[in-house]
Ligand binder design. Structure first.
Ligand SMILES: Nc1ncnc2c1ncn2[C@@H]1O[C@H](COP(=O)(O)OP(=O)(O)OP(=O)(O)O)[C@@H](O)[C@H]1O
Length: 261
């Protein structure tokens, strides 16, 4: 794969600075800096409870910060209104939600941030069709979402986020509980978005099949950033808390990456 142009000089689409947040009585973010630049794919890694979901939820305003700042596309979060530029796929939800709806209806709801109060036009319908096609559900568009597997649900939620043709895609554990076939489709979908220069922030437990797409990894531990840089190769399939990495060429002691422990 040809190397993509360096993103280091591009403008930040997500900028979290010195973010602190408390859930209940517990400090969950303790001074987090997190930047995603235009066209960059950033993986947010870390053990269970390290604050990954809280960090991305604070980026979209679902968790209020007690300190620090968030900017989206260079605009302070509380002044930011252009939500059509942001696609968000939350962690472990279903697309059904007890409401009888077809795949197309759920995906089309993701377009609303773009259409606002006007009647959807041709371009809107095309964007919805394309999103459904991208996740491999074109032949099932009229099926009810209640009949789908976990992996298919996840694909619908991703299509819903893509229907707005977002410039920034934020996904919280997109591969969790997803069957292998759906994982491959999701990886291909993401590859396509990356080729379109979409910026991506992914919460991941392990890099897995998405590893080749990732430009940078930010690792959280107890609400603090312990690593911000290239995803070390060793983390590939093994980005699990407490994993000891033995470098294949190291003759002596196993190398403890210390990134996730
Ligand atoms: N609503 C809440 N009230 C109180 N504590 C919470 C709440 N939501 C999360 N927490 C706690 O905040 C900490 C960070 O949670 P968060 O979901 O951000 O971590 P995470 O790194 O995404 O973990 P996981 O990989 O398990 O999803 C955890 O200890 C969690 O138990």
């Amino acid at each position: 794969m040809p190397e993509r142009e360096s993103t280091t000089n591009r403008e930040a689409v997500v900028s979290l600075r010195g973010a602190t947040a408390t859930l209940g009585a517990r400090p969950v973010l303790r001074g987090v800096d997190l930047t995603v630049r235009r066209g960059e794919v950033v993986a947010l890694l870390g053990a269970n409870g390290s604050g990954k979901s809280t960090a991305v939820r604070s980026v979209i305003g679902q968790v209020p910060l007690t300190g620090g700042t968030v900017e989206l596309f260079g605009t302070e979060l509380r002044r930011f209104r252009q939500w059509g530029r942001v696609g968000y796929v939350p962690q472990r939800t279903t697309a059904a939600g007890g409401v009888p709806a077809t795949i197309r209806e759920v995906v089309a709801s993701g377009r609303l941030a773009r259409t606002r109060l006007r009647w959807p036009g041709k371009a809107d319908r095309r964007a919805v069709d394309r999103a459904i096609e991208l996740v491999g559900l074109a032949d099932r568009a009229k099926d009810s979402v209640s009949a789908l597997s976990g992996g298919q649900h996840q694909r619908v939620l991703i299509a819903r986020a893509l229907a707005a043709e977002p410039e920034l895609l934020i996904m919280d554990e997109p591969m969790a509980g997803v069957d292998l076939a759906s994982q491959e489709i999701l990886a291909a979908t993401l590859r396509e978005q990356v080729a379109l220069n979409t910026s991506v922030l992914l919460v991941l437990h392990e890099l897995g099949p998405l590893e080749p797409l990732i430009d940078r990894a930010v690792v959280l531990r107890d609400g603090c950033v312990t690593h911000d840089g290239p995803p070390p190769e060793a983390l590939g399939q093994h980005a699990l808390p407490g994993h000891d990495h033995v470098h294949p060429h190291a003759a002596v002691e196993p190398v403890r990456t210390g990134l996730l422990t």
